[in-house]
Design a protein around this ligand. Sequence first.
Ligand code: GLA
Length: 441
Amino acid sequence: MKMLLKSRRLLIICFILCSMIAFTSCRNAGEKAQETETIADEADDDSINTEITNTPQTSFESTAKEPEVTKPEVTKTVGAKAFTEAYKETGDLPSLAEVYKDKFRVGVALAKMDIENADKAQLVAKVFNSITCENEMKADFTLDRAATLAAGDEECPVVNMRNADTALSFAKENGLQMRAHTLVWHAQTPRWLFTIDYDNAPDAPFVTREVMLARMENYIKQEMEYVNANYPGVVYAWDVVNEAIEPGDGQEHYVRTTNNYWYDVLGEDYIEMAFTFARKYADPDQKLFYNDYGTYEKSKLFPILDMISRLKEKNLIDGIGMQDHISIDYPAILDYQYAVNKYAELGIEIQVTELDINTTDNSEEVQQKLASRYKLIMTILMNCREKNNANITSITFWGLSDDRSWLNNAESANYPLLFDKDLNPKPSYFGVLQDDSIKIY
Ligand code: GLA
């Protein structure tokens, strides 16, 4: 009898233990299911097509530190829209600006001749809501030497914005906005801006730092005042300094020294001075950007983060411009994602300012790969935005159609953009829309 009672007790204990185990695993499974549902709901709301998981997280400590990264997994496809099918049926091209209107501006870089082409101008006004001058707002185009010599003021070079007027008026008339590109850059800037008497001779001596600071201030002041007086509300972002970080030059803060007259005459604080003057003359709602290529390279990412942190402490900067002249297989998407998240951690705006994807191959197969790469970049940007609060405020493509890309040269044609030479949308256009028809490899 005693034995019987003992076995019954044992049986009861076993039963209770088994029930507890079963309850715990049910609960875990339930929670997982609920989590998945929440993610799916969020993604549905925002039309994200694909979620990339395992965002690498490392803190900004030293330039030497290599971040740990893990392979992203494409886990699901949700909320996609069949833009390609709809376009085939109706012939009506969905507008990028419209599709992304609640998220960021979508823009394109244009030359004056693009705007003067009625078909191109019409297409731009239909699908984009932001433009950038490909060249017409660079110092080579805005500084007027003849007028400067005539004015005879050693501290005030004369700015003439006639080359940029076409784009500025086009934006104003069509309700588009503009990224103003670019104020202070080592390239496409005349040497006479830095010399005594604005002398054009190749070996003419430079002015003093004091005179150069006055010239820099007057140059920035005139350009900003002209734009804001004549085209109020058109410019929303200024590229104040372009491409000032060059680790290969060996300078303490990795500031570019090669072929950089700004550095030669002013020293490394030319960057801070440019932002100081820009802040002084910009409209309060205009955002000030540092713009560069290779912003996802670790060798540039960390010096840029460091420079931006210092400028941000003084409230001189609002954002990073990631140029993104990339190719189909470079950079690795994880390095790209990592960089976007690192800039996001600084709490600044992020704008993709010059996106194009280099390929000399116009075959159907490679153009599909191009489309896939565009979709992946968009997906990563959306994920950084949604999951890591990356404040991405605009995405600009560097050119409208393949015939006018800066990547074309005498040896080979390039096919990097969203429209072909006849202004037909390419698969890459639908990649940018994150369309279902475009596979991510
Ligand atoms: C850099 C500049 C741009 C343009 C491209 C190439 O990225 O910032 O203005 O000149 O090179 O066209």
